[in-house]
Design a protein around this ligand. Structure first.
Ligand SMILES: CC(C)(COP(=O)(O)OP(=O)(O)OC[C@H]1O[C@@H](n2cnc3c(N)ncnc32)[C@H](O)[C@@H]1OP(=O)(O)O)[C@@H](O)C(=O)NCCC(=O)NCCS
Length: 195
């Protein structure tokens, strides 16, 4: 299968994220464009989307999957990110390598299981390695079984578990080292344009 990906600049990408998040009814707090701009404006970041044709006869192309990542620094002034760095203390090496954080990402229901998220992840890895990132981290919760299974398939390793009284709410932190072997494992045929 061929995958059609777009890498967006900040302003347009933020609007696209706001648009696509409306399709995810299970997300408690959807991100709006202003929040996205605020988080990404002063840090290295990537906004990637996959597009596909609607399964009707219209030929309309729509965004179906997205992945947003940004640099995570050892010292963060943003309170949420400073908290994240603190929680990762002892599990991630921040001093000797650039660390990428997978902030947002999902695939619309009707397009799941077709490799869209793998294609975005592979493209992100190409970009991240070219920019000198050594490791990519992500956090999720026990209850997101689909995401956990996906991260497993994409060869992320669990680096920390923060237990909660409700096990479904326990937070799981995972990472993947971006060594040379990572690119060899890529399989999707990707067509990438910059919007
Ligand atoms: C997780 C999610 C992004 C996967 O997207 P997708 O486009 O369907 O994923 P892909 O088709 O690219 O699959 C990538 C790999 O993950 C595996 N995978 C996908 N969904 C899976 C699931 N529900 N359970 C186990 N494995 C799964 C695939 O088999 C594939 O592995 P392979 O390439 O080795 O065969 C999508 O299901 C989703 O958006 N879920 C909701 C998001 C969410 O839960 N967010 C919570 C906050 S973290």
């Amino acid at each position: 299968m061929d995958y059609f990906l777009k890498q967006y600049g900040l302003q347009q990408g933020a609007l696209e994220i706001q648009y696509i998040e409306e399709f995810f009814l299970d997300f408690a707090r959807k991100k709006n464009a202003a929040e996205v701009v605020q988080r990404l404006a002063h840090r290295d970041h990537q906004i990637l989307m996959a597009e596909a044709t609607l399964p009707d006869s219209s030929g309309t192309v729509v965004p179906v999957s997205y992945r947003v990542s940004h640099e995570l620094r050892p010292i963060e002034s943003d309170a949420k990110l400073a908290d994240l760095v603190g929680r990762l203390d002892g599990t991630i090496e921040f001093e000797d390598q650039k660390v990428l954080y997978n902030w947002l990402g999902a695939t619309r229901m009707d397009w799941r299981g077709q490799g869209q998220f793998r294609a975005l992840t592979e493209e992100q890895e190409v970009w991240a390695i070219a920019r000198g990132y050594g490791e990519v981290v992500v956090k999720t919760k026990n209850r997101y079984y689909g995401m956990r299974g996906t991260l497993d398939s994409l060869q992320f390793n669990v680096i920390k578990l923060e237990p909660s009284t409700d096990p479904l709410e326990s937070k799981v932190y995972l990472s993947k080292r971006l060594g040379p072997g990572v690119l060899d494992a890529h399989r999707g045929r990707r067509h990438v344009v910059r919007a």
